[in-house]
Ligand binder design. Structure first.
Ligand SMILES: *Cc1c(COP(=O)(O)O)cnc(C)c1O
Length: 454
């Protein structure tokens, strides 16, 4: 076929398909022919590992399986594979078996925050809906490593229906994020059905798909798939490029076709030691993404999942990368750096400090060059008391356009219309002492009932 380069032809023939190269652009061929054993990888890589090394790889695979699409595998630089970013994201490393004391199987408590099969409902107005536990390529840095290759937990139509029912009976949900696994592992027909069901729910405003297919198997972006996706707008897609090398001609074409189908594209990278922990590399990656109509959305600090400790960087590395982007390049090319809080706290944005000091009517700021400047605040700002009665307010927000949710957390502390003044941890020892019955019989035990509302 005209599309295949020399290396791709070589990979096809080593997979035992020497008579035909016609499968290369068929995504299902890649899924069927994914490289899953150390021996197959050695053959295609053209190397022979020492017995000792092979045994270590195999031990790792026993706990965390491997699956690499021939397409993604063909991107590995054979000459220098050990420091190749594609190899490192796809090939097992014995260090995955090191479990450090802080590692957790489910650090984000996705399973605990699950009110229905496949649903993680963490934020007030949106849910994560795990619609597939399959991926075409198993990322070594997967935050859901605990589930990788767990074929038994692929949800069937009945389980998906339970998730859909939860969304239907929960009017607060206006944003549904399809995740997995990779949602694009579902057939076009199954996706069409699923998206149609979700789209039929009046309170769902947007649907998002999180998929790494544009990176690891861009041939999945077929005309048939695009026809399905286009039917269910507004639909957004976030993908997962971690390195500029992954933006090949084929993946760029897949991105262009999705953008042409009217799908706004975003990217979620993970900061990974020895793969992309470099400000210059990240700047290149993000600029190339923007060139391909993909908006860098998040850059994640690597999670505390088991087997990822060798991929983790200090938080300072992420701050340094953001420092090298803000001001230096298009704002469009600057993602939000987030730490997904262990225990289900959700994503927490991290930024370099730009505010240096503050007086009564002045803020002292510094810019990306290190210039220190001041912003003078207005001396005649009339604060207006907000009782959440939009009809009597001078600002014109139609109540129909406003959300119904009350204030949560810090927003509550800042509001006029809720009298909460502090948020107190449930197990605060000082307050527990006030509430405890007195041990001393001479004490009348009338502890003041001070309990912060919250
Ligand atoms: C990341 C995530 C979302 C979406 O968060 P956004 O900041 O809106 O992109 C929703 N639910 C869960 C559980 C998540 O982890």
């Amino acid at each position: 076929m005209k599309e295949l380069n020399e290396r791709q032809r070589e990979v096809v023939s080593m997979l035992g398909n020497s008579t035909s190269t016609s499968g290369w652009e068929d995504w299902k061929w890649h899924v069927r022919n994914s490289i899953r054993t150390v021996e197959a990888a050695e053959k295609i890589l053209g190397v022979t590992f020492s017995d000792e090394k092979r045994a270590l790889y195999k031990r790792t695979l026993d706990k965390f399986p491997m699956s690499i699409t021939p397409y993604y595998f063909s991107l590995i630089d054979q000459e220098d594979y050990e420091s190749d970013p594609v190899f490192m994201q796809a090939f097992p490393d014995i260090r995955e078996l090191n479990v450090s004391p802080h590692d957790m199987a489910d650090p984000l408590h996705e399973d605990e925050d699950s009110p229905a099969p496949g649903i993680t409902h963490r934020y007030p107005d949106r849910v994560l809906f795990h619609v597939s536990n399959l991926c075409s390529m198993y990322c070594r840095h997967c935050t859901r490593k605990r589930k990788v290759g767990d074929r038994d937990s692929v949800p069937d139509r009945g389980q998906l229906k339970q998730g859909i029912e939860y969304i239907r009976r929960t009017p607060a949900i206006r944003d549904v994020l399809l995740s997995g696994g990779d949602p694009l592992m579902l057939s076009d027909e199954r996706l069409d059905w699923l998206l149609g069901e979700i789209r039929s729910i009046p309170h769902v405003e947007i649907i998002r798909i999180g998929s790494r297919m544009p990176v690891v198997l861009p041939y999945r972006i077929t005309d048939g798939l695009l026809a399905v996706l286009k039917k269910h707008h507004p639909l957004w897609l976030n993908t997962h490029f971690n390195h500029p090398r992954e933006l090949t001609r084929t993946s760029r074409r897949a991105l262009a076709r999705m953008a042409d189908a009217g799908i706004p594209l975003g990217n979620q990278s993970v900061l990974l030691a020895d793969v992309n922990d470099c400000p210059r590399l990240f700047r290149t990656l993000n600029q190339k993404l923007v060139q391909n109509r993909v908006r860098p959305y998040y850059m994640y600090q690597c999670d505390l999942s088991e087997g990822l400790s060798h991929f983790r960087t200090p938080v300072g590395k992420g701050i340094e990368i953001i420092e090298s982007l803000v001001g230096h390049t298009s704002g469009m090319a600057v993602p939000t750096y987030v730490i997904d809080a262990p225990g289900g706290g959700g994503k927490i944005p991290m930024m370099p400090n730009y505010a240096i000091s503050q007086g009564v009517n002045k803020v002292v700021l510094r810019n990306y060059e290190g210039v220190i400047t001041t912003y003078t605040e207005p001396d005649s700002y009339e604060p207006s008391y907000c009782d959440r009665d939009c009809r009597s307010c001078h600002l014109t927000l139609k109540e129909d356009d406003a959300d119904e949710t009350g204030a949560i957390g810090i927003e509550k502390l800042l509001s006029d219309w809720d009298d909460t003044t502090s948020l107190t941890p449930e197990n605060n020892e000082r307050l527990a002492r006030r509430d405890a019955p007195a041990d001393n019989p001479a004490d009348d035990g009338a502890a003041p009932a001070v309990q912060a509302k919250g």
